[in-house]
Design a protein around this ligand. Sequence first.
Ligand SMILES: Cc1cc2nc3c(=O)[nH]c(=O)nc-3n(C[C@H](O)[C@H](O)[C@H](O)COP(=O)(O)OP(=O)(O)OC[C@H]3O[C@@H](n4cnc5c(N)ncnc54)[C@H](O)[C@@H]3O)c2cc1C
Length: 337
Amino acid sequence: MRIEKNYSLKNYNTFNVEARAEVVAFIESVADVFEAKKQFHNLNKHFVLGGGSNTLFKDNFEGLIFKNEMKGIKITDSNQDYAWIECSGGEEWQHLVDFTISNNLAGIENLSLIPGTVGASPIQNIGAYGTELKDCLDFTDAVDITTGEYRRFSNKDCQFGYRDSVFKHELKDKYFITGVTVKLSKNKKYNTEYADIKRKLQELEVTELSGKLMSDIVSEIRRTKFPDPSVLGNCGSFFKNSIIDVAFFNKLKLSFPDIPGYSDCDGLVKIPTGWLIEKAGWKGRRSGDAGVYEKHALILVNYGTATGKEIYCLSENIVHDVEDKFGIHLEKEANIV
Ligand SMILES: Cc1cc2nc3c(=O)[nH]c(=O)nc-3n(C[C@H](O)[C@H](O)[C@H](O)COP(=O)(O)OP(=O)(O)OC[C@H]3O[C@@H](n4cnc5c(N)ncnc54)[C@H](O)[C@@H]3O)c2cc1C
């Protein structure tokens, strides 16, 4: 296992901010997790890092970082309708998507081009274009970082919600996810409900769908929406969309008649947070090299030399102004470390 001390994380987070870690252990096996923990038991905190595409390092990290490098993808079971794919947590998410497409399995093609690792995918129940990980995850394998105990979490155990799971709450930082198993369809069932996808299929006059075509369409749409982190540092949506109750939504509508809202479950309404941020006057604004993306207000960007602290301060100013104007407290999707 490779160990680095006082190590720069600039190339390990898609915001491309500079932050140094006291120790980084590059984990290639479960045994490495225990070994690193034993060797650096005196350090008082730890963090599991995948691709750093949903993480903002606000400061240097005084502690132990487990950088997940566990690799491997295989089909473990199959019947007439489904196949089960087991994938190690250090694999890039896109490798898993490509593997399933080349094996003619359907279910995660709408999650094409989401950056990051497979091990991080259950943490916020990654989702895009009407599909979420929870729709096909069978189980998540993990080890308790402190006790070394292995645990298999069923889909239900993960308590998935909108960009949410048990791993963001009572089990936060407790487990190292070693891998996931997804159950995918052999029956070429694709989710084409999302408006952008429908439009594209019509435009292309598609008569026969394939996983590869769906993945190509999703990738093309995404390239027009998200800035490429290798060009402009970012972590995708910095905030979650806002969910409020219908009574509050109707009250807001009196003051802001054009406020968009989509019915969620149980009398709740989902409001696009990008709209709130834009109306609070933040779209395209920048403070030094930390800014709000000009094409999409949900995305914060690093124009070059912004520090994690500067991006964090910008996010707090946005939270403050949106709360002031609409009475809605924004929840961050990004993990602040
Ligand atoms: C351009 C862009 C577009 C994006 N689009 C989307 C999108 O459409 N949908 C979406 O859901 N997300 C999106 N994201 C966010 C991000 O890609 C996902 O959240 C992804 O799953 C993060 O993976 P990662 O390996 O980079 O996680 P990291 O940033 O490394 O870690 C994220 C969190 O997961 C924890 N973690 C990571 N690996 C493990 C592990 N093995 N065990 C335990 N905990 C772990 C970390 O401790 C941290 O809390 C986007 C990001 C970017 C930059």
